[in-house]
Write a protein that binds this ligand. Structure first.
Ligand SMILES: C[S@@+](CC[C@H](N)C(=O)[O-])C[C@H]1O[C@@H](n2cnc3c(N)ncnc32)[C@H](O)[C@@H]1O
Length: 505
């Protein structure tokens, strides 16, 4: 009997924030669909691994229902045990093949399939789309992620070298070790300045950062079948589906490309633009949304306006301390690049949004905060003030610095008297340093942060948390033994947990 490779080395535990159903709900709404409200939706995840993506959704939406399916016995057992420990009874994990899904499973408002389509035989890739066609509701939305060319042409060069070097080796741990070794050896010994050296150097950087579980599966699996974006769209169409969008609207636009590219894209179809952008950006991965072929998608965005949604920056920017009135532009550094703000109005918008972070907020609240922030001389006038702020927010949105949602996560900005973290996050902290935030991101936290997080049951105040930690302190922990220093440490740790969106209201 062949052993499932995911039972030998489980896939790393990731929550995929960009493909949370709130993103699918928002994108579908933006393009004129009437998707089911995510707080009462039926959600199916194909290839759910250890449930790290699905469990936080089940916790966030107690009135929703969630099913995950995966072939790997070990991963499904881990998912089931975490669901039980976190007292989640609206989520079910099924050990089995997605080929077994039939009409009896009913219809789902959202189907998620992350990191599976490219890593399975062709008949399973076909079946993923068949399940989406058969089991999506009429207004349902599916997210399928996959490897694309041209980016994967470069990755394949190094994958093939590693696969050749590990030929005949069965033990996955040994395969990973040898694969890392050959990637380094080649990078060090292939002539610098050659094209292949540049590829090796770039790929080696990625391989060094990757966990073993990622390398053994994403890079060294037997199946890895990238394709061109246009081919994926054709595949979806042949299954009775249609391409709706990417999870990230900014990734569909040529707005970040040089003017010559933008001119060349004018008048081209959505799919052509997507394909050319993959060439320009050497893209290797896509997260695409699909819907039933019968849906009439409204791409005009005529009735779309950000003032109908909750808004939040895509990351906490630096700096917060900005001279609004100075004529110098302020650069707000964000995780995915920087926003350069030359006017007091844009500076004020960025500062206000930073102050709301990590909470989402309505347009009206942003607008009011911006008016308060600016002195009379710079305040936009009543007639077109709202419109001006809305336009600037729209630019931030189209360039990937602002997220919008109908059902934002419930996040506390500041630690309350008796801070609360979700039961799931507290349970995760017992076993692991990888925790899922309320923004549905997987982050790594330290031992101390885990210890504090585990205490956040909404019943204990900061002194009680400090006392409890102090009782468990051992000399090796390097933690302060006096009460005041411990209290200060708890306060700063709570502030950090708040900024990382680990505290709930
Ligand atoms: C690369 S992992 C991705 C895991 C997770 N979706 C993520 O992105 O974090 C692929 C997963 O698909 C599962 N898988 C592969 N073929 C499957 C099938 N026919 N039916 C159900 N699950 C399958 C594997 O067991 C594995 O857990």
């Amino acid at each position: 009997m062949t052993i499932n490779p995911y039972d030998q080395i489980p896939y790393p535990k990731y929550a995929h924030c960009e493909s949370h159903p709130r993103v699918l709900e928002f994108m579908a709404t933006m393009f004129g669909m009437q998707p089911c409200a995510i707080n009462r939706a039926r959600v199916l995840e194909l290839g759910c691994a250890s449930g790290t993506n699905l469990l936080p959704m089940a916790q966030e939406f107690p009135d929703g229902s969630f099913i995950g399916i995966d072939l790997s016995e070990k991963q499904i057992a881990a998912a089931q045990s975490m669901a039980a420990e976190a007292s989640l009874d609206n989520v079910e994990f099924v050990e089995g093949s997605l080929h077994d899904i039939d009409d009896s499973w009913g219809h789902f408002d959202y189907i998620l399939c992350h990191g599976v389509y490219s890593w399975v035989p062709a008949e399973t890739a076909n079946e993923i789309l068949a399940v989406c066609r058969r089991n999506l509701t009429p207004q349902g939305v599916a997210m399928v992620s996959y490897n694309v060319y041209p980016g994967w042409h470069f990755r394949t060069i190094v994958r093939d070298m590693m696969l050749y070097h590990v030929r005949g080796i069965e033990d996955p741990n040994e395969r990973v070790k040898k694969a890392r070794g050959i990637a380094h050896f080649l990078t060090e010994n292939v002539p610098a300045g050659s094209a292949v050296h540049a590829v090796l150097e770039e790929q080696c950087g990625l391989i060094d950062k990757a966990e073993d579980g990622y390398l053994v599966h994403d890079q060294l699996e037997l199946h890895n079948h990238p394709l061109y974006f246009r081919e994926f769209v054709q595949h979806a169409e042949s299954a009775g589906l249609q391409y709706l969008s990417e999870v990230n609207f900014a990734a569909m636009l040529a707005s970040g490309t040089p003017p010559a590219v933008q001119r060349a894209m004018a008048g081209r179809s959505l799919i052509e633009v997507g394909q050319y952008l993959d060439f320009f950006q050497n893209r290797s991965f896509r997260k695409s949304l699909l819907c039933q072929s019968e849906i009439v998608i409204d791409r005009s965005l005529r009735s779309f306006s950000l003032d109908q949604f909750s808004l939040v920056l895509t990351g906490q920017p630096e700096p917060l301390d900005v001279d609004l009135l100075s004529s110098d532009a302020a650069r707000f550094q964000m995780p995915k690049g920087g926003v350069s703000a030359g006017t007091p109005l844009l500076k004020a918008i960025m500062v206000c949004l930073s102050e709301f972070w990590p909470q989402s907020t309505s347009f009206d609240d942003v607008y009011e905060a911006v008016l308060k922030k600016l002195p009379d001389s710079c305040r936009p006038n009543k007639d077109d003030g709202r419109e001006k702020v809305l336009q600037l927010l729209d630019t931030l949105f189209r360039t990937g610095f602002l997220d919008a949602a109908l059902h934002p996560p419930r996040v506390a900005r500041m630690p309350s008297d008796k801070p609360l973290a979700s039961l799931l996050a507290r349970t995760q902290a017992r076993y692991d340093s990888s925790i899922t935030t309320c923004r549905h991101e997987s982050i790594q936290i330290s031992k101390l942060e885990r210890q504090v997080l585990m205490q956040l049951n909404g019943q204990s105040d900061q002194s009680a948390i400090a006392e409890s930690l102090q009782r468990g302190v051992s000399p090796d922990d390097g933690l302060p033994s006096d009460e005041i220093s411990m209290q200060q440490l708890v306060t700063t740790t709570l502030e950090k947990l708040g900024q990382w969106a680990l505290l709930v209201e």
